[in-house]
Ligand binder design. Sequence first.
Ligand SMILES: [Zn+2]
Length: 215
Amino acid sequence: MRENVCALHRELVRNNLVAWTAGNVSGRVPGEDLFVIKPSGVSYDDLTPESMVVCDLDGDLVEGSLAPSSDTAAHAYIYRHMPEVNGVVHTHSTYASAWAARGEPIPCVLTAMADEFGGEIPVGPFALIGGDDIGKGVVATLRGGRSPAVLMRNHGVFAIGDSPKAAVKAAVMCEDVARTVHVSRQLGEPLPIPQDDVDRLYDRYQNVYGQRSNR
Ligand SMILES: [Zn+2]
């Protein structure tokens, strides 16, 4: 899991989701009440599997010589309250954060959005870093819904998945559709997709599309 989480940080860079050190990935350790997360303030080029830190589900450091990411409390809250989640990603990616700054959900106006998110990408509450407020806002917004990503108001993206890779994919797709819908808005009002078509697209993509072994 250290190797997996370390390697996935390179995807944040490769997909232009992060500036400086502002973004992090974590992964739940299978069968344990533990997760692996990025150390705080370390540049992506310097990350190694050994430098990843291991925390318990209260966000307390269990293993590692560096301090965990400043977003660790939020990741821990999500793992505590969403047992089906095995990966969490946080970014301030540009277009998605621009929607978050307006407190505006990204409307479902692309088939790719219906596929991945099953509807709009919702906005979560404004919350200050430090305690459980960000984690509470993420869980309250995403639990029971289809979207694996939330735009935390005035802040950025939290994405979840059944694996760390799935959470990274959700963060990448969130930024991609945030950009496209933003561009579309420049030329007029994007057309909505009828809800029953959204439902059909979501069902097909989630249950039929792709290689079975790779899901
Ligand atoms: Zn942040």
